[in-house]
Design a binder for this molecule. Structure first.
Ligand code: CA
Length: 455
């Protein structure tokens, strides 16, 4: 019998095996072949694993626990990603599903209404516990939208705001004891001869809801600066009645690095109590660290909310050209700006050294390339639309849509776009006590997105 060597064709090989001749030799050959195939398999899978391992993500800088296997709830359809455009920056994500996850489509029939178009540059919206909505206007006034469909005249009583550029009267949050203390908290760009800064204060909404009285400023993100960009400015109450404040790095080359130092209020998440006392000493080992700084390394945090079930603090953050981020905020952490970014400078050059990962900085849970310019956001904590429970809704400015983000185990598992095609810049989103979503636009509209009950 002719021995089988590398020149033998597979036809010859099989012919010999099945002819029943030279059985022992054939068995040896099969063993050798299996061994060869097995080693090839090992080599191949090794390569694949190596290729899929992120470059360098030190475990201690990871924002999230290891991804669990069961990421799908079984309710999420397997749709292509909602983003179809080319990215601004072609950086690889640090882990799977950090960008462009699969799409999801709301199954509940929705009714979409424009309730008013008469708002003047609205910026912040929040629901009143007894129904209706409170809406800030950038110029320095407050409007109340009542359940009967009427919009109040502009309500005054706030300090002078610097409403140039991105400044103005900005976010609004109600005191957790609003029904008894009638306090409304706002953030604003404080106007002074020395410049402006992100400030927070509260006033009392009078009984007839015609005025805000006794306003007190309780926090200032020092120092003052002559500039009208990147105020950040969301304010959110935690379950324990303390308040988180987001700031920005003021959008100037000379101020952006201040996001990386702890001796100022720029590019930070700040933790205060309801009277403005700075809480916590999260950086006690650092020199010159101001109290109250909860996290740092932020660019412009214009969305913030607390997960209704886990209590986790989440923020949306505007990137430069590319690299908008969704971050899970942990105390004492550095979120990287402007050392690392998934975006580019507006002239197309890399940010810093073009790094996307660095030891000692947190990775975003999710990023958008190209940008959607994420603004205000809210978790859906109502029961009305069951499939939306605990989903995150983010107003997109440049993206011109509302992003619905499905989160499981601190990772994004699906994304949907609502109100695409309206041509609006969506500034902020709130959940009403009726379980509907309410959304304000830069053009002055108030949208209601509710379950269509066929009425
Ligand atoms: Ca970051």
């Amino acid at each position: 019998m002719q021995s089988i060597n590398s020149n033998d064709s597979s036809d010859t090989f099989s012919a010999e095996i099945f002819s029943g001749r030279g059985m022992k030799e054939s068995q040896e050959v099969i063993m050798k072949l299996l061994l060869f195939l097995f080693s090839f398999f090992l080599l191949f899978t090794g390569c694949v694993q190596e290729a899929s391992v992120p470059e360098t993500v030190p475990a201690e800088t990871s924002t999230s626990p290891p991804v669990q296997e069961e990421v799908s709830s079984g309710t999420i359809p397997d749709q292509p990603p909602v983003e179809k455009s080319a990215p601004n920056a072609r950086y690889l994500p640090a882990f799977e599903a950090q960008t462009r996850v699969g799409g999801v489509v709301t199954q509940t029939p929705l009714a979409i209404q424009v309730l008013t178009e008469e708002l003047q540059s609205p910026w912040g919206i929040t629901a009143k516990p007894e129904g209706g909505l409170l809406i800030t206007e950038k110029g320095g006034t407050l409007r109340i939208y009542s359940p009967d469909g009427t919009l109040s005249p502009p309500i005054k009583g706030f300090p002078d705001v610097d409403s140039r550029g991105q400044g103005g009267l900005l976010d609004i949050a109600l005191s957790p004891q609003f029904e008894t203390d009638h306090r409304i908290y706002v953030s604003f760009a404080e106007k002074t001869p020395e410049g402006s800064l992100t400030a927070v204060g509260y006033g009392i909404l009078t009984d007839g809801a015609s005025e805000v009285e006794d306003f007190r400023t309780i926090y200032r993100a020092l120092p003052y600066y002559q500039g009208s960009g990147h105020f950040g400015s969301r304010i959110v109450f935690a379950e324990d009645g303390t308040l988180f404040v987001s700031t920005g790095e003021r959008q100037a080359d000379e101020t952006r690095m201040m996001a990386q130092s702890l001796d100022n209020g720029y590019g930070k998440i700040i933790h205060i109590d309801r009277e403005g006392n700075l809480l916590g000493d999260y950086f006690s080992t650092e020199q010159n660290a101001l109290p109250g700084i909860y996290s740092y390394g932020h660019r412009n945090v214009q969305g913030m909310d607390i997960h209704p079930e886990t209590g986790d603090l989440w923020i949306s953050e505007m990137g430069p050209m590319g690299g908008d981020e969704l971050n899970l905020i942990l105390p004492g952490r550095n979120y990287g700006w402007p050392l690392v970014s998934y975006g580019l400078e507006y002239d197309g050059t890399p940010v810093n050294e073009g790094e996307t990962q660095r030891e000692g900085t947190e990775q975003p849970v999710y990023f958008w390339n190209p940008v959607i310019t994420p603004s205000g956001m809210t978790f859906y904590d109502a029961d009305k639309i069951a499939e939306w429970k605990n989903n995150l809704f983010i107003g997109g400015l440049r993206g011109s849509h509302i992003a619905r983000i499905v989160i499981e185990n601190r990772r994004v598992v699906a994304e949907e776009r609502l109100l695409e095609g309206e041509g609006e810049r969506f500034r902020d989103v709130a959940v009403g006590v009726d379980g509907a979503l309410y959304v304000i636009t830069d053009s002055g509209k108030l949208y209601k997105i509710a379950q269509d009950d066929g009425e």
